[in-house]
Design a protein around this ligand. Structure first.
Ligand code: OAD
Length: 236
């Protein structure tokens, strides 16, 4: 049976071939930076300038990359499924905008978006592609010093969780693409899907630590495995 409502979770592996480092692969971001120092709410409270510098560096890298065949194939699947009366929910842990630039229309960025800034004081959020600094003022509340990237740090709650769990509960296929399954709550989606009797598929470079939790697995580079899977879905 072909799934009508597909829930897709993506992670850093889907953007790796666009040139963005993953986090936990050999030489990945967390091999170079202390996660607690640069990506936690405690790190930000201790040294906000250090955290802003880390995300300024990453924002620059994100500006110079292009979507790859995996992003583009997922956008095609979304359009094709909408035309057939089905649905694709695309939930990403990535803070890049490569899914949107690949053509996806509705992306749930559960860990936020690096191309937006948020005021830590009043919560106002707006697109922002420049460097953030402690001298910047908030356009909404006027306070200075609280402008931060619109990303979720360890110790903060991911975004859109009600919408995400509702879409997951209503799905008939859960697909995890390019994520190691180390970070909750996303790492728990496969168990929720299984408990609800939803078919599960892992697409990754190699089997993740949680691969045995999935009903099916497809392994290899996302730029090859994802278009191949989408082509099969569309042809079926
Ligand atoms: P990880 O770096 O933990 O995992 C990336 C996964 O992608 C690994 O399982 C790799 O095997 C796989 N991979 C690498 N290259 C690939 C390729 N070309 N094709 C397919 N798969 C490939 O990244 P995430 O699981 O996304 O959160 O990490 C989750 C969260 O941890 C991130 O959103 C970030 C990080 O800390 C925050 O900062 C809050």
């Amino acid at each position: 049976m072909i799934a009508k409502r597909i829930f897709i979770l993506t992670g850093a592996g889907v953007s790796a071939e666009s040139g963005l480092s993953t986090f936990r692969d050999k030489g990945g971001i967390w091999a170079q930076y202390d996660i607690e120092e640069v990506a936690s709410i405690r790190g930000y409270e201790r040294d906000p300038a250090r955290v802003l510098d880390f995300y300024n560096m990453r924002r620059k890298l994100h500006g110079g990359v292009e979507p790859n065949a995996a992003h583009i194939a997922l956008a095609q699947l979304e359009a094709e499924w909408a035309a057939r009366g089905g649905s694709v929910t695309l939930c990403t842990q990535n803070v890049d905008n490569l899914h949107e630039r690949g053509g996806s229309k509705a992306v749930l960025h559960m860990h936020g978006e690096i191309a937006k800034a948020r005021c830590h004081d009043c919560g106002a959020t707006a697109p922002y592609d420049g460097d953030l600094s402690l001298d910047l003022g908030c356009g909404a509340c006027g306070r200075t010093g609280g402008m931060r990237p619109h990303v979720v740090w360890f110790g903060e709650t991911p975004l859109f969780m009600d919408e995400i769990y509702a879409a997951l509960a209503g799905a008939d296929l859960f697909v995890s693409i390019g994520t190691s399954g180390n970070v909750y709550p996303a790492a728990g989606f496969v168990a929720s899907a299984r408990a609800a009797g939803i078919d599960t598929l892992e697409i990754n470079l190699e089997p993740s630590e949680g691969a045995r939790l999935f009903d099916h697995g497809r392994y290899g580079r996302a730029s090859e495995t994802v278009p191949a899977w989408v082509a099969e879905m569309v042809a079926a």
